[in-house]
Design a protein around this ligand. Structure first.
Ligand code: FAD
Length: 393
């Protein structure tokens, strides 16, 4: 079978699924994406694209559009929660580009999602297709949808997020563990709190941590507040482990009521925010069967403290496409490609997940240099260099 004859089904048109579609098509493979939503949209929140992820998107041809729509912060500033005094500064921008061979971008999730969607032909994305079951047989994979229809493919890539239907079949006994904290996210007009348009700011105080960064050319500011969370004590089913759940604005304001004026003003300028109860999950022992594999949050959900979820999904997508293009047309090639993909990615993403457990702004007490050092190995990692060294590229 030649690579372009392999039919690949990707479930989920999120950041991981769309990047997989771009990379697979770029490698000359045939892809259909099945997405449950009626339209392609993203939640209103900001996202960091770390150098290890942005480097790959540049190579996939998105460099120009990222430079046009993302902000490239010039520095990271740590402020005192009570006085607002600048405690530490880390240069980013060109300094990080030299250090990590890639740009660190901050942008609105909807912008990143749109830039990716623009690179996949609409004819390859099947909206209103909610997958309810996946069955492998000797000829391929059968994919059943909620409306009673089905499709077939030679390979199935489940990029259907943290509540993945396919992950549940591989790990039926999995139980997410509450961390006791929540991430509250919002995007606000930048002129309210008057923050610098080209810097990331972070504060760490007695009631929580706050991280703010510019999006949309500095016209808006995205923030994430990590706070103790009393909700969801009965598990994800009780309150719904969801990114789109509305936060309690009064409780958010109360948590920051005695913080320094800029931090307080930032939080107060949010008319609405999303509440994400943070759960941890142990890595799965395996991601792949003969013809099915997992990608992105479906494979390795992780806490947001390293800002790496999207970048890890992008690395998965690029690695999987290269391996399927390399092995796919040989007898047993799909199985070999999925085996090597899992071998390359499972251990790496498990280490990143472990770092995320206590990383990022959680470690501000250790000093900003340590926070950056914690992720240096993650941001330097180049999955394509690994594949080249293994003779795949
Ligand atoms: P998703 O984005 O969840 O996409 C899954 C897609 O599958 C969706 O479109 C969904 O509708 C679809 N789908 C689901 N089920 C089905 C089905 N049965 N049938 C068909 N379609 C289906 N990462 C970073 O890199 N930087 C950050 O700064 C950052 N901040 C974060 C902050 C918070 C609070 C959280 C919670 C996460 C953060 N992340 C961050 C993580 C990152 O956003 C995710 O890791 C990333 O979006 C995962 O992408 P995905 O494509 O795997 O999953």
């Amino acid at each position: 079978m030649s690579p372009d004859r392999i039919r690949i089904a990707v479930v989920g048109a999120g950041i991981g699924g769309l990047t997989a579609a771009i990379a697979l098509r770029g490698a000359g493979l045939h892809v259909d994406v099945y997405e449950q939503a009626p339209v392609l949209t993203e939640v209103g929140a900001g996202i960091h694209l770390a150098p290890n992820g942005s480097r790959l998107l540049h190579r996939l041809g998105l460099g120009e559009s990222l430079r046009a729509h993302a902000v490239r912060p010039e520095e990271l500033e740590v402020r005192a929660w009570d006085t607002g005094a600048v405690l530490a500064r880390q240069p980013m921008g060109a300094t990080w580009e030299t250090r990590f061979a890639g740009s660190h971008y901050t942008l609105h999730r909807a912008d990143l999602h749109r830039l990716l969607a623009e690179r996949v032909p609409a004819s390859a994305v099947h909206l209103r297709h909610r997958v309810v079951a996946v069955t492998e047989d000797t000829d391929g994979v059968r994919i059943d949808f909620a409306d009673g229809t089905h499709a077939r493919a030679d390979v199935l890539v489940a990029a259907d997020g943290v509540h993945s239907v396919v992950r549940r079949t591989l790990a039926p006994a999995e139980r997410p563990v509450l961390t006791g904290s929540a991430a509250i996210r919002a995007v606000v007009p930048a002129d309210g709190p008057a923050l610098p348009v080209d810097a990331m700011l972070t504060w760490s105080g007695p009631t929580g941590r706050l991280l703010a960064h510019p999006v949309r050319g500095g016209r808006q500011t995205a923030f994430v507040a990590v706070l103790a969370d009393g909700s969801d004590v009965d598990g994800p089913a009780a309150a719904g482990e969801s990114w789109s759940r509305a936060a309690d604005i009064a409780a958010l304001r109360w948590a920051f009521a005695d913080w320094e004026p800029t931090a307080r003003k930032l939080v107060e300028s949010a008319a609405e925010a999303g509440h994400w109860t943070l759960y941890d999950r142990e890595p799965l022992p395996r991601w792949s069967t003969e013809r099915t594999t997992l990608l992105g949050d479906a494979a390795h959900p992780m806490l947001p403290h390293h800002g790496q979820g999207a970048s890890q999904a992008i690395e998965d997508a690029v690695a999987l496409a290269a391996l399927l293009a390399h092995h796919g047309d040989r007898p047993g090639g799909v199985r070999e490609a999925l085996r090597r993909y899992e071998e390359l990615r499972l251990d790496h993403t498990s280490r990143v997940r472990l770092g995320s457990l206590g990383g990022g702004s959680q470690r501000l007490g250790a000093g900003v240099a340590h926070v950056v050092d914690d992720v240096t190995w993650v941001q330097r990692y180049d999955v394509q260099a690994e594949l080249a060294a293994a003779g795949v590229l």
